[in-house]
Design a protein around this ligand. Structure first.
Ligand SMILES: Nc1ncnc2c1ncn2[C@@H]1O[C@H](COP(=O)(O)OP(=O)(O)OP(=O)(O)O)[C@@H](O)[C@H]1O
Ligand SMILES: [Mg+2]
Length: 511
């Protein structure tokens, strides 16, 4: 028999993503370029958020080879990255400060930045250039990845001292198989939407055509700090439970781990679990937890009556902030924003839905109507709209009922932001939200509320229009009627007097 195992090999996670780059958003030239900017920009915003400062970031996109190769540079004023972790942060897959944490941030997997380094290497053979200023130290280097080992490779390292007032990360790379586009999927639109959802940030974009777009911050107040929360038992599956058990250190008993690593697990609840899942020994070490045990525990979790998780970990953009942003950037005739109270999906994961609707103004200047702007934790989602719960829900609303007859053609823009400690993305590309029932219901309710406001506005406008047409129609006869009446009245009243009186009457009637 032929030896079929001769070619058996192990692959590192970096090698896996090198082969499956589309999973990280590197598919199609336009999308690849936007993905690169997205990864760097979300990191900059996250870092500024954690450091409690107003983000200021500047993006440059420059064409190196026609419609093929672009240089991208993103510079921020955040805390920068210390040298000892710089390599891992930007040159190792599944490494970062956000994985395993239930905290509302844009990044959650520890792949984004290293994915860009990977893309630069596989498309041009070149590493990226990095300058990090952190606590008085400036480090400049070239950064690549050893794919086999999933390890960073740093070269040309230069260390200098800098003043503490200098801080931030400055990354630059050349990426092939990319294309800059002006339309709805391009970097320009992406950054405009980022500015809409982050009115506390200053964002500057230098386009390949040499244009400079400046979106200055429009609100002074920083968003509240997103606090880290512990997972709720109803928000995890067997796989998550095993991950948490593996990562948790210093517990001799599974029961203690459950109490400390999860929210709402009290001593009493542990007792209940013991009765519900007698096969699983809650006194064993968490490191001995098997898949089978984890599955049984998760089934047990579903039978316990839990207190819902606290929802203060979810930070919305805010009604006033969204209103200001939409007015600033779209200059519409009507804006309405609704921020729903926090809810929970899958029984244990808190989230908030915010919906803003804008009508008229500059919205369909480019001839496109019915714009749905999707955001997850303030990051714009531009791709995979078809499979996204937000788009599907927006399309399922009967806009006709709200006086928006042809949604796709009218000057209407909708903003939907889903804020959560864990956004249910459909894939690692993080461009669309999966159809969790509770999330869909919230989006739908918020959209309908927003729709009712547009309806009020539009039906008011329609009535005004009807009134003015009617008034004009009646006024047309005033001259004739006044003449006839003056004739009937003889000497008593002149045509002019009658005309003035009639006009006054009509004006009062149609006030
Ligand atoms: N501009 C930046 N300023 C400060 N730290 C940064 C910056 N960019 C990246 N980092 C650090 O590098 C880590 C890795 O970033 P990366 O984008 O690869 O993963 P992530 O943001 O954690 O998750 P995701 O894969 O979802 O983007 C981050 O967790 C953060 O600690
Ligand atoms: Mg990231």
């Amino acid at each position: 028999m032929a030896d079929i195992f001769g070619g058996f090999k192990e692959y590192s996670v970096a090698e896996f993503f090198k082969k499956n780059r589309q999973m990280l958003g590197f598919s199609g030239k336009v999308r690849s370029l936007t993905t690169i900017v997205h990864e760097y920009v979300t990191n900059s915003l996250d870092a500024a958020g954690e450091a409690r400062m107003h983000p200021e970031l500047e993006v440059w996109v420059e064409e190196v080879e026609k419609n093929e190769r672009y240089k991208v540079r993103v510079k921020d004023n955040g805390p920068g990255i210390p040298e000892n972790i710089l390599g891992k942060a930007l040159g190792m897959m599944l490494a970062g400060t956000k994985f395993h944490r239930y905290v509302q941030q844009r990044g959650q997997q520890g792949i984004g930045a290293a994915g860009c380094t990977m893309y630069s290497l596989i498309s041009t053979g070149q590493p990226i250039s990095v300058v990090s200023r952190h606590k008085g130290k400036k480090v400049s280097c070239k950064l690549g990845i050893d794919f086999k080992k999933n390890k960073p490779v740093l070269t040309d390292v230069v260390r200098e001292d800098c003043g503490p007032e200098e801080h931030g990360l400055d990354v630059e790379g050349v990426f092939a198989d990319t294309k800059y586009e002006k339309g709805g999927y391009g970097v320009g639109e992406y950054l405009k939407r980022t500015a809409i959802a982050n009115p506390h940030a200053t964002i500057i974009f230098n386009s390949p055509e040499g244009d400079r777009f400046v979106y200055p911050k429009s609100v002074e107040r920083l968003p509240e700090k997103a606090e880290e929360v512990k997972p709720h038992p109803l928000g995890v599956g067997a796989n998550d439970l095993l991950d948490i058990a593996k990562a948790a250190k210093g517990y001799t008993r599974l029961s203690a781990m459950l109490q400390n690593e999860f929210t709402r697990v009290s001593l009493n609840k542990v007792k209940e679990l013991r009765d519900l899942v007698p096969d699983v020994n809650l006194d064993m070490s968490p490191s001995r937890l098997t898949w089978d045990d984890a599955e049984k525990l998760v089934v047990g979790f579903r039978k316990v009556k839990w207190i819902a998780p606290a929802t203060d970990s979810v930070i919305p953009i805010g009604k006033e902030q969204i209103e200001k942003s939409l007015v600033n950037i779209l200059n519409p005739e009507l804006v309405y924003v609704t921020s729903r109270p926090p809810k929970i999906y899958r029984g244990g994961i808190p989230f908030v839905v915010e919906v803003g609707i804008a009508y008229g103004g500059d919205i369909n200047k480019e001839g496109k109507g019915g714009v749905v702007m999707r955001f997850a934790n303030r990051a714009p989602l531009l791709f995979d709209a078809g499979g996204c719960a937000i788009t599907q829900t927006a399309k399922s609303v009967e806009w006709k009922r709200y006086e928006i007859k042809k949604f796709d053609e009218e000057p209407v823009a909708i903003l939907v932001n889903l804020a959560s400690v864990h956004v249910p993305y459909t894939s690692a590309g993080k461009q669309s939200v999966s159809s969790e029932d509770d999330v869909v219901e919230e989006i739908k309710n918020a959209l309908m509320e927003a729709g009712r406001h547009v309806q009020k506005h539009l039906s008011g406008k329609r009535r005004e229009r009807e009134k003015s047409t009617k008034k004009k129609a009646i006024l047309r006869y005033v001259g004739q009627i006044s003449g006839d009446l003056a004739e009937l009245a003889g000497e008593e009243k002149s045509k002019k007097e009658i005309e003035a009186e009639l006009q006054k009457m009509i004006s009062e009637r149609f006030e």
